[in-house]
Design a protein around this ligand. Structure first.
Ligand code: DGL
Length: 258
């Protein structure tokens, strides 16, 4: 098969990366995709960096073997623990996620930046270096959202459980002036509307939402064009794979069709 026609591999610990895939499908209609969700091992955000690295490489081996021409790691936690190991291992472009604290910090809006991510991302050395580079430590509040990704794995994004989790996690900042909220985990992209609504009720300030997926998909587009491997079509096909219970595939398909 000609390289241009090969699919793009997407990887996440679970269903979260489908939020990025949905956006990529819209932006790159000529491309085909294979998505692997490691649903049997989710959540990654509460595992050690070594465990995350081992699981990520094992999962991405599958995408590589299936002929992915590039892999987008649609998981902030896996990026922070395994991106170097992946770039060493695979001879194809590896596109990573990054919490969008830079655009939040450069927005010009006054107030704090709230960064919602997994405990693994927030405590990672890679994220620490990003915070230093951006220079926003004094106004950055990291909110490790342990358990939230797990809650969203069922594919139910509007339930009262999700709403009360978000309310509880944001309530310590009630009345505070907030410049922006960074969505630092791909699972949370599915509940941005709830985050926005609860933030508008509890917090002050612009409370703009910053989601790294848009920049990541732009980067994917740029890399494919630069390498001359962007597909001329026909595109639009998505193959889904998951570890663990096969019922995960039904949830994934439902999310993709939403
Ligand atoms: N979706 C993943 C992320 O972007 C992590 C969820 C998890 O497995 O804890 O960080």
């Amino acid at each position: 098969m000609e390289r241009k026609q090969q699919p793009i591999g997407f990887f996440d610990s679970g269903v979260g990366g489908l939020s990025v895939l949905r956006h990529a499908r819209e932006m790159l209609p000529n491309e085909n995709f294979i998505f692997y969700g490691d649903c049997g091992n989710v959540p990654y955000g509460e595992k050690t960096p070594e465990q995350v690295r081992t699981l990520t490489l094992a999962a991405c081996d599958k995408l590589y073997e299936k002929g992915a021409k590039a892999i987008l790691v649609a998981c902030n936690t896996a990026t922070s623990a395994a991106i170097h190991a992946m770039r060493d291992k695979y001879q194809i472009p590896i596109i990573s996620m990054e919490p969008a604290i830079k655009p939040a910090s450069e927005s010009g809006n006054p107030g704090d930046i709230l960064m919602m991510a997994t405990p693994g991302t927030v405590s990672s050395a890679r994220y620490g270096r990003l915070v230093e580079r951006v220079g926003c430590r004094d106004r950055l509040i990291n909110i490790p959202c342990g358990g939230l990704a797990d809650l969203l794995e069922k594919g139910e994004f509007d339930g009262p459980e999700v709403e009360s989790y978000i309310r509880e996690i944001l309530s310590p900042y009630a009345g505070r002036e907030v410049c922006g909220i960074v969505i630092g985990c791909t699972h949370y992209s599915f509940v941005v509307d709830t985050i926005r609504r609860v933030a508008a009720e509890l917090l002050k300030g612009a409370c703009d939402i910053y989601d790294g997926m848009y920049g990541t998909v732009r980067r994917l587009q740029y890399v494919l064009e630069k390498e001359g491997t962007a597909s001329d079509g026909p595109g639009g096909k998505v193959e889904l794979f998951a570890s663990g219970d096969p019922a995960h595939l039904e949830v994934m398909q439902k999310i993709l069709d939403m």
